[in-house]
Design a binder for this molecule. Structure first.
Ligand SMILES: [Fe+2]
Ligand SMILES: [Fe+2]
Length: 295
């Protein structure tokens, strides 16, 4: 069955440049998924992403509004991304054979809240309408291809503690800050087809108030996996002075019927030559034991 190697970029906040393209040239994923918060509305990151010579899908985040309540900056960023942007739509990445559907663009999480910029850019809509848009896009894809939902903020329902994948950590009382329209869409989609994976960002890994690091991976009772890719800042340097570039990494084995087995998931920090310097393993699929040889 086809193996899909996906690199996921969490919340660049401007940390995206030619060095990331060099790393991608070396590690050669089958597709790149970008979960938004590219910058604060500046044009450089969309322009660079458009130049990549590999399949890319992207969703706008709340910072992509550039704090411009008129919605014009958000619209301009989405137009600059062109076909890469898949908010409420299907992006069929063939090759490698992957259906990517974007959730609600521009979200800042918190259940279902539409900012002034989002209202200006997209007009009013209800939670149910947003969920139905995501669902319809998912059901319009080739049912044989594995489906990945690409969201800026993850869905409600992944926990209400500060360290949960979408837990609010910046106020004293933590709560579930996930999006309810996305959670509803996931339930609706799974009534009709498999959903192996949801990737998102927005809820940065380092918790406020000295809370340590967030849980960034989970699997729900229906078998869908969730990866929070928002390692911020994603450009860094280790104690030896080596430059680091963060990508989340997911490998899926498609089953030919719209589902997939998650073979592995990790957070990876690469050097500028594409050498893997650090890895936090989130998941490794169990391997069958080698047949024991008689001694
Ligand atoms: Fe965000
Ligand atoms: Fe962010």
């Amino acid at each position: 069955m086809p193996l899909l190697r996906l690199a996921v970029v969490g919340d660049p906040h401007g940390a995206w440049d030619g060095t990331d393209h060099t790393v991608l040239d070396r590690i050669r994923p089958d597709a790149l998924l970008v979960v938004g918060d590219l910058s604060d509305g500046l044009p450089q990151v969309p322009s660079l992403l458009r130049r990549l010579q590999l399949p890319v899908a992207c969703i706008a985040g709340n910072h992509d509004t550039g704090k411009d309540a008129s919605g014009r900056t958000l619209r301009r960023q989405i137009e600059a991304l062109g076909p890469l942007h898949c908010g409420w739509t299907l992006r069929d990445l063939s090759p490698p054979g992957l259906a990517v559907v974007g959730a609600r663009p521009g979200t800042a999480g918190g259940g279902f809240h539409l900012s002034k910029a989002m209202l200006a850019a997209f007009g009013p809509l209800t939670l149910q309408e947003s969920a139905d848009r995501i669902t319809q896009a998912a059901l319009s894809g080739d049912p044989a291809l594995p489906l990945v939902l690409l969201a800026h903020c993850g869905p409600a329902g992944l926990g209400s503690e500060a360290a949960d994948p979408c837990g609010r950590d910046w106020k004293k009382n933590p709560c579930d800050w996930g999006d309810q329209d996305l959670a509803l869409a996931i339930r609706q989609i799974r009534q009709r087809r498999p959903l192996p994976l949801v990737v998102f960002g927005h809820m940065h890994h380092a918790l406020k108030r000295g809370g340590g690091l967030r849980r960034t991976f989970c699997r729900d009772r229906a078998g869908t996996f969730y990866v929070n890719a928002a390692c911020v800042p994603r450009h860094g340097r280790d104690a030896q002075g080596r430059e680091l570039r963060h990508f989340s990494w997911v490998e899926l084995e498609a089953d030919g019927q719209g589902g997939a087995v998650l073979l592995q998931a990790s957070h990876r920090w690469y050097g500028l030559e594409g050498d893997l310097l650090y890895e936090e393993v989130l998941h490794r699929a169990p391997q069958p034991l080698e047949a024991l040889q008689p001694c």
